[in-house]
Design a protein around this ligand. Structure first.
Ligand SMILES: *Cc1c(COP(=O)(O)O)cnc(C)c1O
Length: 753
C-alpha cells in the first residue's frame, strides 16, 4: 500500500488543555497515530477554514463539541452554528469525506438534523476505548481514500508500487538507468522515483491500452465522458493540437469544403493543409484594442455560408446548392474569453452541416457551472441535434489540473447519427504516438475526477469569485486614484456585481455597447467568460485613437516578469491573465501590488537600470532611460505608425486565396519555394503560415496572396524591431537573416515565380 499523507483532522478547543476533555481527545489522537495514521490537531475552525488545501488533504474530520457550550433555549447555540458553517463549507466541495462529532452523550440532542445528516458518526466521549474508536474511524478514512483515485490513476499507482522487474521499454527501467550517472542521479532526484516508476510502456496489460481504449484507460475515458456530459471521451496525450487533427482527419477528405473561424488555432489550419480541404472562413469582429470579438450570428446560416462558397475563387464553377460542408470549426472561447451560444448554432445548421466542432481548448471548466448556461458545447439536459455530431476538443492542461499536453476529444451523438468509434479510432491512431506518456493519461483521468460534483462546481465558482474579486479590487484602486490619475482597467461589462459572482446575464454581450466595440451583436448570442481577464493599459481608445501619452503593454509585462508575475499573452495595449483553478488570492494580490509598483515607477520616471535590471543587462542601450520615457518612445512609434488601425485593417482586409492550402504546401515538399524579401511580397503567394505575436492569430495561410496592408504591417514591424530591440514583434513565418553591416533582413517563403 502506497503511503499517503492524508491526516485525520481533529478540531477541539481543548486539544491542548489539561482537562478531562483534553485528555480524552488526545488519547484518541494517540490511538490513531499508533495505527499509523497522521493526526492534525487544531483548536478552532478558523485555523482551518482559510486553508482549502488543508481540507483537501484530510482523510476524516473529528469535530468536538462540549455540553457546557450549549446555552439553554430553543434557538441554535453559537457553537452549533459554527459547527454547521464549517460542515457546510466542507460539503460544498466534498460529499464523501467522513465527518465525526465527538461529544458527550447528551450533546447529540442539540445538533439539528441538517447537520446530523452530514455525519458519519457521533463519538460518545469515554463510552468506548480510544483504540476501538480509532480503528473505526481509520476504517472509514481508508475506505474514503480508496475511493478517491479514478480507474486509470489507481491502476497505474498499483503497478508502479508493485515492484515487478520489467524487460520492456522505456529503457530506463523504472528510473534505474538514471542512477548510473551523476547527471542521471540529479534527474532522478529532481523528478522523483514515482514519476519514473510510473513511466511504463504499453505492453503492460493491466493498465489497458490508450490506443485501443481498453481496460482501465477505457474505464477512465467513460468516467470522463460522463463527467463532461459527453457520449464518448478520448484522452489525447499530444495536446488539443492533436485532438483537432483527429477530429478533422476523421471527417474531412481532399477537396471537401469546410467552414472555419478565421480566428482559429493554427492546428486547425494544419488540419486544412493535411486534409486537402477548401476552407470557407467566417471572419470575427475585432476592436481596436486588438481583442477578437464574435463572428456575427447572421454568418451561421446555410444562406450566408452558400454565399461565401459562391464567392470563393477556389470553388469557381461549383453550384453552392450542391455543396454540403463537412465540418464547422469554431473557437469556443477566444483568448479573451468570448463565447457563443452553441444551441443557437446547432439549431441554425442542423441538417446542413453534420459535424460541428467546438475548439474548447480554453473552456473545459464551463460544463461545471450553471453560470455558463448554453455557452459551451455539451451541457446536461440539453436537446440533441437531430442529425449533427458535436465534437468538443479541450486542453485539460490549460484550465484544469492536467499536465502539459493533456487533452481530450468529447463527442455527443445526434438523435439520428452516432459516432462509429472504430472509424474514429483510425484517425486517432494516425496522430497518436505508439508510446504514450502514462503520466499524461493519469492527469487526464485525475483532472476529470476532480471536476465531479460537488468539487468541480465549487472550484469553478471559486475561479469566478476570485476573478470578480480581482476586478472589484482593480476598480477600487481606480476610484481611489480619482479621475485625474491613470490606472489600468480590466476589459469587461460596465455592470459588476457588488459581491459574490453575480449573474451571468451581466456578462452577455449586448448590441453596440461601447466597452466591447464589436458593434451590433445579436441578442444573447455571446457571453464573456469572466475568468479571462484582459487588462487594458492607457494610451489607446477602443475606437483606435491614440492618446497623448500611453503605456504599451509589452513594457508592463516585462516589468511584471522581472517581479515574478508571468502573464499569458501580451497585446499592444492589453495583456491577459486567467483565473484558472490554480489561482489564489495571494497570486492576484501580488499582481495588483506589482501593478501599483509599476505606476509608481512610471510616474517617477524611475531609471530602467534599477527597475528592469535583467532586461538592461541584456540590452544596455536602455540603461539610462526612465520608465516613462521608454513608454512614451514606444507609444509615439505606435501612434506614428497608426498601428492599432493598421492591424485591425490588416486582419479585416480582403484576403484572396490563390490556391488550395494543401497545394501551396506541396511546394515546400517539392522544394519549389522562393525566399522573398518583404519589400517584394505584394501579390506573392505564401507557402508559410504567417502569424504575428501579438496577437498570435494567423494572418495569412498557405495559398493566400500578400496584399498591401499586410506588407505595410511587415515593414512597420521591421522598423519597429530595429528601433526597439528587446521589444520585438515576433512574426512566425518570417525568415530572419542577419546581414553583416546592414542589420536584419526579413523574408517569407513563397510559391516559386
Ligand atoms: C492552445 C490551443 C489549442 C492547442 O492546444 P494544445 O493543448 O496546446 O495543443 C487549440 N486550440 C486553441 C483555440 C488553443 O488556444
Amino acid at each position: 500500500m502506497l503511503r499517503f499523507r492524508f491526516p485525520i483532522v481533529i478540531i477541539d478547543e481543548d486539544f491542548r488543555s489539561e482537562n478531562t476533555s483534553g485528555f480524552g481527545i488526545r488519547a484518541l489522537a494517540e490511538a490513531i497515530e499508533k495505527e499509523g495514521f497522521e493526526v492534525l490537531g487544531a483548536t478552532s475552525y478558523g485555523d482551518l477554514s482559510q486553508f482549502a488545501q488543508q481540507q483537501s488533504r484530510a482523510s476524516a474530520f473529528i469535530l468536538s463539541i462540549d455540553d457546557e457550550e450549549f446555552t439553554p433555549g430553543p434557538e441554535l447555540d453559537p457553537a452549533v452554528l459554527n459547527l454547521r458553517k464549517f460542515i457546510q463549507e466542507i460539503r460544498f466541495k466534498n460529499a464523501d469525506i467522513p465527518i465525526y462529532i465527538y461529544g458527550e452523550t447528551r450533546t447529540s440532542q442539540h445538533i439539528p438534523n441538517d447537520v446530523l445528516r452530514e455525519l458519519h458518526g457521533f463519538i460518545h466521549m469515554f463510552e468506548d476505548t480510544p483504540e476501538f474508536v480509532a480503528r473505526h474511524i481509520i476504517r472509514e478514512a481508508r475506505s474514503y481514500l480508496d475511493g478517491l483515485a479514478p480507474p486509470f490513476f489507481k491502476a497505474l499507482m498499483d503497478y508502479a508500487q508493485d515492484g515487478s522487474y520489467s524487460w520492456h521499454c522505456p529503457g530506463h527501467s523504472g528510473g534505474v538507468a538514471f542512477l548510473k550517472s551523476p547527471v542521471g542521479q540529479m534527474f532522478h532526484q529532481f523528478f522523483g522515483e514515482n514519476m519514473l516508476r510510473a513511466d511504463v510502456c504499453n505492453s503492460v496489460e493491466e493498465l489497458g491500452q490508450l490506443l485501443d481504449h481498453t481496460g482501465p484507460v477505457l474505464q477512465s475515458e467513460r468516467n470522463a465522458a460522463r463527467i463532461f456530459n459527453a457520449d464518448h471521451c478520448f484522452f489525447v496525450t499530444n495536446g488539443t493540437s492533436t485532438s483537432n487533427k483527429m477530429v478533422w482527419h476523421h471527417t474531412v477528405a481532399p477537396g471537401d469544403v469546410v467552414v472555419v473561424d478565421r480566428n482559429c488555432h493554427k492546428s486547425i489550419l494544419h488540419s486544412i493543409i493535411m486534409t486537402g480541404a477548401v476552407p470557407v472562413f467566417l471572419p470575427p469582429t475585432r476592436n481596436h484594442y486588438g481583442i477578437i470579438g464574435p463572428i456575427p450570428e447572421s454568418e451561421f446560416s446555410p444562406e450566408a455560408i452558400r454565399a461565401k462558397i459562391a464567392a470563393n475563387p477556389l470553388l469557381a464553377g461549383v453550384d453552392p446548392a450542391t455543396v454540403k460542408p463537412r465540418i464547422l470549426t469554431l473557437t469556443q472561447s477566444t483568448y479573451d474569453g468570448v463565447l457563443y451560444n452553441t444551441e443557437t448554432i446547432k439549431h441554425a445548421l442542423d441538417g446542413y452541416i453534420d459535424t460541428l466542432h467546438f475548439d474548447e481548448a480554453w473552456l473545459p471548466h464551463a460544463a461545471f457551472h450553471t453560470f455558463y448556461g448554453p455557452y459551451h458545447a455539451m451541457g446536461k439536459k440539453r436537446p440533441r441535434p437531430k442529425d449533427q455530431l458535436v465534437f468538443a476538443t479541450q486542453s485539460t492542461h490549460k484550465l484544469l489540473a492536467g499536465i502539459s499536453q493533456a487533452s481530450q476529444v468529447l463527442v455527443q451523438d445526434a438523435q439520428e447519427r452516432k459516432l462509429d468509434r472504430h472509424l474514429f479510432n483510425e484517425a486517432y491512431l494516425m496522430h497518436t504516438s505508439t508510446s504514450p506518456q502514462y503520466a499524461i493519461i493519469a492527469s487526464c483521468d485525475v483532472a476529470a475526477a476532480m471536476m465531479e460534483a460537488p468539487g468541480g462546481p465549487a472550484l469553478v465558482e471559486e475561479s469566478i469569485q476570485e476573478s470578480l474579486d480581482f476586478r472589484r479590487a482593480m476598480r477600487k484602486v481606480d476610484a481611489d486614484f480619482g479621475d485625474q490619475d491613470w490606472w489600468f482597467t480590466v476589459w469587461g461589462p460596465e455592470t459588476l456585481a457588488a459581491e459574490g459572482i453575480g449573474h451571468s446575464r451581466d456578462w452577455v454581450l449586448k448590441a453596440n455597447e461601447p466597452w466591447h466595440g464589436f458593434g451590433d451583436l445579436a441578442d444573447g448570442f455571446n457571453l464573456l467568460d469572466p475568468i479571462k481577464c484582459t487588462l487594458i493599459t492607457p494610451g489607446l481608445g477602443v475606437n483606435g485613437q491614440f492618446a497623448e501619452t500611453g503605456i504599451p503593454a509589452s513594457i508592463v509585462t516585462k516589468f511584471l516578469a522581472e517581479h515574478g508575475v508571468v502573464v499569458e499573452k501580451t497585446g499592444l495595449y492589453s495583456f491577459f491573465i486567467m483565473f484558472t483553478i490554480g489561482i489564489t488570492k495571494g497570486r492576484w494580490n501580488t499582481l495588483l501590488t506589482a501593478l501599483q509598483q509599476f505606476k509608481d515607477d512610471h510616474d517617477r520616471n524611475a531609471p530602467l537600470w534599477r527597475i528592469l535590471p535583467e532586461f538592461c543587462a541584456a540590452h544596455p542601450r536602455y540603461e539610462r532611460m526612465g520608465l516613462r520615457d521608454l513608454c512614451q518612445a514606444i507609444h509615439q512609434t505606435y501612434a506614428k505608425g497608426d498601428i492599432a488601425r493598421l492591424t485591425t485593417e490588416m486582419y479585416l482586409s480582403d484576403i484572396v486565396p490563390a490556391m488550395k492550402p494543401s497545394d501551396a504546401y506541396a511546394h515546400i515538399a517539392h522544394r519549389k519555394t522562393e525566399r522573398v524579401p518583404i519589400d517584394q511580397l505584394e501579390g506573392r503567394i505564401t507557402t508559410s503560415l504567417l502569424t504575428p505575436y501579438p496577437p498570435g492569430i494567423p494572418l495569412l495561410i498557405p495559398g493566400e496572396r500578400f496584399n498591401k496592408k499586410i506588407c505595410d504591417y511587415l515593414r512597420f514591424t521591421r522598423e519597429f524591431n530595429a528601433a526597439f530591440p528587446g521589444f520585438d514583434t515576433d512574426v512566425h513565418g518570417l525568415v530572419e537573416e542577419e546581414v553583416p553591416g546592414e542589420g536584419r533582413r526579413y523574408y517569407v517563403d513563397c510559391i516559386q515565380a
